[in-house]
Write a protein that binds this ligand. Structure first.
Ligand code: DAH
Length: 342
């Protein structure tokens, strides 16, 4: 009687296990048939009513069936697990042949390209790079550089003042960095100082109220105009090729004596005259000169012991010439159609 029940249960279990659709239903079958509170246990509870011999036979049958069910469960579990893995692998397949979506990476602005080229040239000549604030003391922008109160370049119409007392201004040139460097370091000094400068200019193809300059300053014992010429000739030859001539014209700056403006031979026509140099054969490059003894003195350096040269150069014009850009506004408008060309 119990034997028949067990055999029937065994057959039902094996049949169900063989077709269990997934791991969850397989686990449910295990609990149902061979779990501690399962159907097999329920049947075996009747074993107390049996004789000793009958008990042994039923026990043996029960053990055999349990083992068969266990084996069937294991086999089915392995099959189901393998199938599940296969499904997962298929779902997670990466098609490495599909073209990717490229990230758009920006690149250096054309102005910064020019600046880097120029800085590389000066660094190779032993210059350090200095910086100063764009909101600067009027004393550093003007007074200590030989332009006292009443000087035309201090005009309200030319300059962005920050406070009623005219103590701070947006620097109109990078020359105040000279003052900061001389006041904070002892000669020998050899620095270039790039940065933004501000003037009350209307925007047009060649003007902007904000533009960039690079300042240069060398102070040491026995520095002469020959050192200035050698340095600027090296700059021009590195930028525009060996043998590119320079021209030094007398000029006036309040903070240098003597002062000059420096032109370089037109790199387009090599001095023949062309639209780039407006038929002149020369292109104006920068202002320069020997640091005025008063400026040295204002910054705590004894002009009897030291001398120096300085120069200041606009970077936009240099960039426009280098990359054939006809309108200054393009440089600041951030139009990617323009910027990505460089
Ligand atoms: N600061 C002048 C300007 O903005 C340029 C300049 C001229 C700088 C002569 C110098 C210099 O250091 O020596 O126009």
């Amino acid at each position: 009687m119990i034997n028949d029940q067990l055999t029937a249960l065994g057959q039902e279990a094996l049949a169900a296990i063989a077709v269990a659709p997934d791991l969850a239903s397989l686990e449910a079958l295990r609990v149902r048939f061979s779990g501690k509170k399962g159907e097999m246990t329920t049947i075996l509870k009747q074993i107390g009513t049996l004789s000793h011999e009958e008990r042994a036979a039923v026990g043996q049958l029960a053990n055999t069936l349990r083992a068969e069910i266990e084996t069937a469960l294991t086999t089915r579990r392995e099959t189901l697990e393998a199938a599940a893995l296969q499904v997962q692998l298929t779902a997670e397949t990466l098609d490495v042949t599909i073209p990717g979506t490229a990230n758009v990476v920006g690149h250096q602005h054309v102005m910064m390209k020019t600046l880097d080229e120029v800085l590389d040239i000066f660094i190779s000549m032993g210059f350090a790079v200095a910086e100063g604030p764009e909101v600067e003391l009027a004393a550093n922008v003007f007074d200590k550089l030989g332009t006292p109160e009443g000087h035309p370049s201090r005009d309200w119409g030319d300059t962005f003042y920050f406070d009623k007392e005219d103590k701070h201004v947006l620097r109109t040139h990078t020359s105040p960095v000279q003052v900061r460097v001389m006041e904070s370091t002892k000669p020998p000094i050899r620095v270039v100082a790039p940065g933004r400068v501000y003037r009350k200019d209307e925007v047009d193809a060649t003007h902007s109220p904000m533009f960039h300059q690079i300042e240069g300053l060398v102070v040491d014992k026995g520095v002469t105009m020959a050192d200035l010429k050698g340095t600027l000739n090296t700059l021009v030859e590195q930028l525009y090729g060996k043998g590119t001539a320079t021209r030094f014209r007398p000029h006036h700056f309040p903070f240098t004596e003597p002062s000059c403006e420096v032109d370089c031979q037109c790199f387009k026509c090599r001095g023949q005259g062309c639209p780039m140099c407006k038929g002149e054969g020369w292109i104006e490059l920068l202002g320069a000169g020997m640091v005025h003894p008063n400026v040295l003195r204002n910054c705590g350096i004894d002009p009897e012991e030291y001398s120096g040269f300085a120069f200041g150069c606009g970077l936009e014009r240099m960039t426009m010439m280098r990359y054939n850009i006809s309108d200054l506004r393009l440089i600041f408008e951030n139009d990617l159609r323009f910027l990505t060309q460089f």
